[in-house]
Design a protein around this ligand. Structure first.
Ligand SMILES: C[S@@+](CC[C@H](N)C(=O)[O-])C[C@H]1O[C@@H](n2cnc3c(N)ncnc32)[C@H](O)[C@@H]1O
Ligand SMILES: [Zn+2]
Length: 280
C-alpha cells in the first residue's frame, strides 16, 4: 500500500467530517461528497467554497522556486535542526505538515524517523505536486486549512506548521494523545533589513507566545529561539522577499531596482521561534 492509500486511515471529508474512503479516481464519504486525485499523485480535498473572496490558492511556482533556492543555499538549516531537535526520538505513526509546501521539512523528519509516515497539506497545487515526490513515506493533499484540516480527530502523532497559516484549535483537534505540535513562527526582526526602503509586510511581534498559550491543555511547551545573520547576494535577497506573502503585493523589477542600489553582501537577520507543544 502506498502512503496516500494508507492515509485514508486519517483523512476525513472537508465538507462534512465523515471518514473518507478511496473511490474510483479519488475519494468519497458516506454523504457521497466526491474528491478527485490528480494524475500527479496527490488528492484534492477542497470543500465547496462558501464565504466571500477567492478560495486560498497558496504559493505560486515562482514563490516555491524562490523558497527552494533559499533553503538549498542553507539559510534555513538552523531552523531545520531546531525542528528536528523537538521531534520525539521514538516518533511513530503520522506526521501532518500543515501548509507544508514542497515537503522540505517533512522529508527531513522522515529521513530521521523511520517509523513515521507523513502527509503534506497545502493550498498550492504546484507545491503538493512536488511534495508527493519529496519522500517515499510522504503523501500530499491539496486543501485550504482555513476551512478546516481534513484529518480525523486525534489522528496524528506529530503536527508541523512552518511559516504557514492555520488555527491552533484545528492543530489541537488532530493531535493524538501524547502527540506533539511543532510550530515555527517568525519574529519581528525576521528579514527586517529587507524592509529598508521597501514597503514590505511586517510580522506582528509576540506570535510565538500566542501560539504557546493557544493550546490550553498542553502537557509541555518548549520555545526555542533561532537567530542568525546571513549574507545574501542581491538575487538571494530577492528570493527572500519573493518566497513569502510579499510576492502578492510587490513588483519584482521594482524591488530589484531598490536592492541593486545596496552593497552586496546584504546582511539579513533570520529570527524565528520554534514552539513545541506536547499534549497529554
Ligand atoms: C511560507 S510557505 C511555507 C512552506 C513550508 N512550510 C516551508 O517552510 O518550506 C507557506 C505555505 O502555506 C501555504 N498556504 C497558504 N495559505 C494556505 C491555506 N489557506 N491552506 C493551506 N495552505 C496554505 C502556501 O501555499 C505555502 O506553501
Ligand atoms: Zn462528506
Amino acid at each position: 500500500m502506498n502512503t496516500l492509500e494508507s492515509a485514508f486511515d486519517i483523512l476525513h471529508c472537508p465538507s462534512c467530517g465523515e471518514p473518507l474512503a478511496p473511490a474510483e479516481g479519488g475519494a468519497t464519504c458516506a454523504n457521497r461528497h466526491r474528491f478527485d486525485s490528480a494524475r500527479q499523485g496527490y488528492l484534492s480535498l477542497r470543500a465547496a467554497h462558501k464565504g466571500k473572496g477567492k478560495p486560498a490558492s497558496g504559493d505560486t511556482v515562482e514563490m516555491l522556486e524562490a523558497r527552494e533556492r533559499f533553503q538549498a543555499a542553507g539559510f534555513h538549516d538552523e531552523i531545520t535542526a531546531a525542528v528536528l531537535e523537538q521531534v520525539p526520538a521514538e516518533a511513530a505513526g503520522w506526521l501532518a505538515d500543515i501548509g507544508g509546501g514542497t515537503g522540505h521539512y517533512a522529508a527531513r523528519i522522515l529521513d530521521d524517523r523511520p517509523a513515521l509516515r507523513g502527509l503534506v497539506l497545502d493550498a498550492s497545487t504546484s507545491a503538493v505536486r512536488i511534495a508527493t515526490r519529496a519522500h517515499e513515506r510522504l503523501a500530499a493533499v491539496s486543501a485550504d486549512v482555513w476551512t478546516g484540516i481534513p484529518l480525523r480527530d486525534g489522528s496524528v502523532d506529530l503536527a508541523l506548521r512552518v511559516f504557514a497559516p492555520g488555527s491552533a484549535s484545528e492543530l489541537r483537534r488532530i493531535l493524538a494523545p501524547g502527540g506533539t505540535a511543532i510550530v515555527v513562527v517568525p519574529e519581528a526582526e525576521h528579514l527586517r533589513e529587507l524592509g529598508h526602503g521597501l514597503k514590505l509586510m511586517r510580522v506582528p511581534a509576540g506570535k510565538a507566545e500566542e501560539m504557546a498559550a493557544s493550546i490550553p491543555d498542553a502537557a509541555s511547551v518548549v520555545s526555542v529561539p533561532v537567530r542568525r545573520r546571513v549574507q545574501l547576494t542581491v538575487e538571494q535577497a530577492l528570493d527572500a522577499v519573493f518566497m513569502g506573502p510579499n510576492a502578492f503585493h510587490q513588483d519584482r523589477e521594482k524591488v530589484a531596482a531598490v536592492l541593486q542600489e545596496w552593497t552586496a553582501p546584504i546582511s539579513v537577520t533570520i529570527a524565528v521561534t520554534v514552539v513545541a507543544i506536547t499534549v497529554a
